[in-house]
Design a protein around this ligand. Sequence first.
Ligand SMILES: *[C@@H]1O[C@H](CO)[C@@H](O)[C@H](O)[C@H]1NC(C)=O
Ligand SMILES: *[C@@H]1O[C@H](CO)[C@@H](O)[C@H](O)[C@H]1NC(C)=O
Ligand SMILES: *[C@@H]1O[C@H](CO)[C@@H](O)[C@H](O)[C@H]1NC(C)=O
Ligand SMILES: *[C@@H]1O[C@H](CO)[C@@H](O)[C@H](O)[C@H]1NC(C)=O
Ligand SMILES: *[C@@H]1O[C@H](CO)[C@@H](O)[C@H](O)[C@H]1NC(C)=O
Length: 947
Amino acid sequence: MVTTNMFSCRLVLLTFCLCLHVPTTFGGQVGLNVSVPENAAVGRNVVSLGARLGKQWEGDGRCGITSGDPYGRFIISTNCTILIANALDGSVKSEYTLRVGIREWSTGKIDNTVSVRIQVEDVQGYPPVYNDSCAMPTKADNVANPLYMGLLLDLEGTTIDRDYFSIFDGILMYDKILLDVKKDFVAIDQGGDCKFSFLWPARDEVWQRFFRSLWGAGLRSCSDWTDPGTNKLSMSRLQTDEASFVMASGERDLVKKWTKNNVNDIYQFTGTWVSQEKRRLTCKITNLSQRIDVVIREKYYQIESVQKFDTIMFPVGCEAGKYGITCQKTCICKNGALCHVFNGACKCTQGWQGVACDIPKPSVGIETTPSNPRHITISGNVTLRCRAHHVAVRTLHWQFPNGSKMATSDSNESVVIFDKLETNDEGIYTCTIMTSTGEVMATTFVLNASCPVDRKGSLCTEVCGCDRAHCDRWTGCICGEGWTGSRCQTRCPDGTYGKGCARQCSCQNGVCRTSDGSCDCRDGWYGSDCSRPCVTGRYGRRCQNTCACRHNGSCSHVDGSCQCVGAWTGRYCDVRVMKGNGEPYVETLVPIVFFLLLCPVVLLVLYKKGWLCCVTADDDEETQVLLELQRVEADLTQGLQPGWLGRWEKKAKNLQLGDLIGAGLFGEVRNGELRTPKGKIPVAAKSVRVEDAQSYRDFYREVAILIAVHEEKDHDVRRSNIVQLFGVMTKAAHKYIILEYAPKGDLLCFLRQQRNHATAHTHVTFLPYAVHIARALQELQRLRIVHRDVAVRNVLVTRDNVAKLADFGLARDVYATTQYVSTPRQGDGVLLPVRWMALGSLEMGEYTCQSDVWSFGVLLWEIASLGDEPRYDDRARLTGPVLIGILRRGARLRKPARCDDGVYAVMRSCWRDDPETRPTPDSLERRLEHLHQILDPNFVIEMETVV
Ligand SMILES: *[C@@H]1O[C@H](CO)[C@@H](O)[C@H](O)[C@H]1NC(C)=O
Ligand SMILES: *[C@@H]1O[C@H](CO)[C@@H](O)[C@H](O)[C@H]1NC(C)=O
Ligand SMILES: *[C@@H]1O[C@H](CO)[C@@H](O)[C@H](O)[C@H]1NC(C)=O
Ligand SMILES: *[C@@H]1O[C@H](CO)[C@@H](O)[C@H](O)[C@H]1NC(C)=O
Ligand SMILES: *[C@@H]1O[C@H](CO)[C@@H](O)[C@H](O)[C@H]1NC(C)=O
């Protein structure tokens, strides 16, 4: 902007040399003294020469800097004002004496020079310090976390209506509101000591309520219990009328502006962060009687007695080139320098200096490959490169630890290569250069290698044998938190945790996680020290299960078993004890029998009244189907209200069929369009090919299940993880089930497509799909419907990356053929997915919610192996009886390569012999969500898509 008319410095110099013109008007001695703080912004005015010299210069570009600015820190504008062109740094150069040449406008010759002495004032705390202890990673492109830090909440308590409440969620991070208000966060202090502080005005009512209630409950600080005094976070509420803020005037003005706009809830968060990984911080709540209004996904929960309030924090970092609490500031670091996300401080590469690393630093340095000295190992391939920066080199020589020397001349770099580093190569390497001006510069590097993996000792000949620890060359195994022993092979003894097992646990009815000391409560207990029994009506792990005892039976908070009272007995106190020799009469049968009796009566009445005259055919079909289904699955038919089939019937003319997208022996799926009053929607239409009894039953079973699911009063199609039903066509020549179209296809193909670019981490990123299916199983469990074929081939992936459970008819082989085996035990010709089936289903043909959980375990295995075929004993084809033998022996699917231990543990729990001990779908959801949060640093994204 200023440069167009400006004098070229070089040109000015040339003019000087040629003319050797002695300035007269100002006598050459005119000097100006100015000072400027070193943190002055680029573009700021330093001094206006015209004003200082009493001249009325137009913007005619008569002035030019002729010398005194070796690093190009200043420019001069057309109106002769000196401006800052690049960031200053008093520690590199604290004083500049610029000489400015001024042209006589009429002759075009420089006839005056002014010398301007610019004093760079030292500013405390500037330049910012790059502190390696809190260096953070560069944020990956796909992470939506709005702050440079991730935050999860682990909270337990009871709601105001006395129910148990818990969240383990990243509410503060991906909540849309927070993303919206991201711009409100204002960093007020970002030290080089890993301390940070920022202000945040809670403008939104939702956040006001949440933070006010936290404040009222006495929440002031959270700290790392495992390593006290390291990571902490504290909160304070600004009394905006108080004048004594320890803040710079800029921030005070900001606060004033907020209060003027009626934002009265302003919080200041301060903290220290020195960890490279995830840490648990425990928060102190002092006023337990205060209610807390928690907001999760924009919904309130009122928590009355908080028994646990932990935050789990982890570094996320900013995108490359950005820094600041919300990553909104642009780094100034140049020449490959790293930029600290806390304060934007630059860590210069060799040969550069200054706050922005843009000032050449004449120096000599030694760089290594591998660049991280800790990765230099004995027997490794190591390179030492001595390089001179910004100087002309006359000679360069190395001095090696063995005393020998190596010299080169006229080259500004020299390399020493060790193909296979040996212990006698270690020691001090000195590189010395002599510049063309005779100056000598030297630098040293101490080559101090580590041993190859699991080796120690001065010659790296001893074996460490560490179990889960780093093997240090000099000290041997260095145990992580929660481990001890010479090889770190043992967990901390009961009741202790942390580094060196030095800290005491406080868990009462649970075990202490030896890593961070948090309590893992036994079934039936909760709270930070597991001292609280589940509230009435809840039981099990993390009190996640709801008691099913009926007729005032009391429920064990541990296992949910019922203690019946009065005339009731049975597992859920729903069996009436009959006097005399009568059979126990199961109450749950009442609705079915009642329904069976009532149904024809109702139909008859409606028919008589003439209301049904046009739909008689439907009802015949409907009743027939219902009776057929009732014989096999009473629970399913309970969810259906009369008219169920008719309500979903669509006219053939409204369905336009497209391409075949899946086909097998028994059925096929085509895509298509369904015309509805709201317009055309893309659908998948599924039809039966073979008109046999089994296919007929499967077809209607699927129809009945989907209708039961969709007609349930709480069903929400947008949130459901069950494939959406648009309608059925049962009266046309071809019967169709019309479903939502999932453009990404089935999960099996989807997983197999990912194999080419898979990493050890890949399966973790697919865990959200398993979470979705666990939710689908919960929906089915509520309706007491059993799927019977939970497998990745029967899961569809929608455009928004939501997994939905489909194929309820056990519609064998619409998508695959080899997975089903004909088994004689369950009727000839019935193909069954034996390798997905639970023991009980294989042995007795029994299908329950727990047998679906078994299959879910296999589904998880398929996800972890990215769509491998499950194999027992390396056999692809197995008959039912052979598999029963294998499973009864205790054999299970092996852990897929690269699968996380925690994920495999979840699978194993699904494959327990005793169905009652398998996890419930809701506990599966929690465990997997938890694992995903722990294992996947990018999980925030996945969570976003779930919302
Ligand atoms: C500018 O300041 C320096 C040191 O403060 C002083 O020596 C010099 O005389 C001053 N020059 C003028 C012109 O004021
Ligand atoms: C000269 O120009 C600069 C920027 O181009 C401007 O900031 C400054 O106010 C001007 N000064 C005068 C005296 O016109
Ligand atoms: C980095 O931060 C830590 C923790 O606050 C502090 O102890 C250390 O002195 C800091 N290092 C530098 C170079 O400032
Ligand atoms: C001394 O060490 C250097 C580098 O490690 C090697 O190239 C050289 O051969 C050694 N000289 C003697 C005499 O061992
Ligand atoms: C050692 O590494 C360098 C580059 O880092 C490579 O060019 C060279 O081939 C490697 N040597 C061996 C023996 O691996």
